[in-house]
Design a protein around this ligand. Structure first.
Ligand SMILES: Cc1cc2nc3c(=O)[nH]c(=O)nc-3n(C[C@H](O)[C@H](O)[C@H](O)COP(=O)(O)O)c2cc1C
Length: 183
């Protein structure tokens, strides 16, 4: 099974989660995590599972304005934040607008967000899942969130949970593929 995990990340947390998800999927075959800029048509070709994730900004997916706000927050003296190496690259909204996904590809969405009820924090993964479905992908899992603290650091145990979620996606994808063959 070949998996591509596509991530958008400003402060590095979603990047870290994406790497762990890919590691969790590695037992099932080739799995790699790439920033949006590297998720080209060539990278997407021949994949069985596409996993897409980004940070929750202003209750949903990032925008040009929220990405700028994140940048401003990171460069403020004493912020304790570092920009992800690929933070200046394109965001997921533009990527979805410009991309065709492999036909009937299995897919799953995730995000990072703050503590709290999803109704209050919002969840980027909902918008990502909606876009995946609109592109004809078959969602094999519910959108998942991984939690950061007030200082924008991944909560204890979330990296491990991301690995386990990745491993569970491999199983869900396999079941979906079997159903597809028999259904
Ligand atoms: C401009 C901005 C808006 C944000 N809005 C929300 C929000 O509405 N809900 C939430 O849970 N977290 C919000 N956050 C926190 C982000 O979800 C958090 O910074 C992100 O998960 C960290 O991921 P990253 O390190 O990959 O950028 C916001 C952060 C920024 C910079």
């Amino acid at each position: 099974m070949r998996t591509l995990v596509v991530y958008e990340s400003m402060f590095g947390n979603t990047h870290r989660v994406a790497e762990r998800i890919a590691a969790g999927l590695a037992a099932a075959g080739e799995a790699r995590a790439v920033p949006v800029a590297e998720a080209t048509d060539e990278a997407l070709e021949g994949i069985d599972l596409l996993v897409v994730g980004g940070p929750t900004h202003v209750h949903g997916m990032t925008s040009a304005r929220s990405r700028q706000a994140a940048h401003d927050q990171a460069v403020r003296p004493g912020s304790g934040l570092t920009m992800d190496p690929d933070a200046e690259g394109p965001g997921l909204r533009d990527w979805f607008d410009q991309r065709r996904l492999p036909h009937a590809c299995a897919a799953a969405a995730f995000d990072t967000r703050m503590h709290g009820a999803p109704a209050l924090t919002g969840r980027a993964s909902k918008g990502i899942a909606k876009r995946l479905a609109r592109h004809g992908a078959r969602l094999v899992a519910d959108p998942e969130s991984f939690i950061v603290d007030r200082d924008n650091h991944l909560d204890d145990g979330e990296a491990e949970r991301a690995g386990a979620w990745g491993a569970s996606l491999a199983e869900a994808c396999r079941s979906a593929m079997t159903e597809g063959r028999h259904g």
